[in-house]
Design a protein. Sequence first.
Length: 268
Amino acid sequence: MRKQGGYHRCEQWAARQLLVASEGLVGMTCWYEGPLAAFDTETTGVDVETDRIVSAALVVQDAPGTRARVTRWLVNPGVPVPAAATEVHGLTEDHLQRTGRWPAPVMYEVAQALAEQAAVGRPVVVMNAPFDLTLLDRELRRHRASSLARWFERTPLLVLDPRVLDKHLDRYRKGRRTLTDLCAHYEVELEEAHDAAADAVAALEVTRAVGRRFASRLERLSPSELHTLQAVWHAAQARGLQAWFQRTGTEEVVDPAWPLRPDLPAAA
C-alpha cells in the first residue's frame, strides 16, 4: 500500500509528543498508527430487524504491518438463507446447517470479544456500523434476552466507521462509498470481498489510510473524541440523504442514529 503524505506528518507529531514526554508528560502515537481492531458480519439480508448473522469476524492488529489475529464465527441462523444472500457471501443454507453453530453461544462470544476490545481501550473499526452493530444487538435480544448496550455499560466501545469518516472528510467527492469503492480510492487490497474476515481487514486498512491522508484534521483527535464526532457527522449525512430522497420522490427513511439504531418494539 502506498505511503501517504500524512504519515510523515504523523511521524513529526509523534516526535513532538516524545519531546513533550521527555519534559515529564506522556507521549502518544497517532490512533491510526496504533492498535486497532475491526469487526464485520455476513447476513441473510439487509433488514437489521429481521435478518440474521451467518458469519462474523474480529480482527486485531497491534500496529501497522504486523500480523493480525483473526477470530471467525460461522452461524446456523435457524432460518432459510435466501439465494440472493448466498450469491453475495457464498454461504449456503446446507453448509451453515452442517458446519455452523447455534446463534446463542456465538452472539455471546462476539459480544464478549468486542467488550474485551473496549476494556483495553482498543478502537474497533466497523464499516457502516449501524448495520452490523444493530444486527448484533437484535441477535443478542433474540437469542440471549440481552442487548449490545449492556456489554458496554461500564466501558464504552470506541467505534471508527470508515464510511462516515471518508464521507465527512472528502464530502464533495462523487461516486459510491462501499467498502470496495473505498479500497480502490485509498489503494487498499481487498481479497475475497464479502468474507467477514477479509472485509474486516480491508476496513481496518482503509481506516488507517483515511487517518494518514487527513492527518492534519485527525491526528489531534482521540478515538473517544472521534466516536462522538462521528455520531454528529453521520446524523448530518443522514439528513442530507433524506432531503435528497424527498426531492426525488423516494419513500425510503434514513435513520440518523450511529453507531447503533434504537430498538423497535416490533423487532423479530
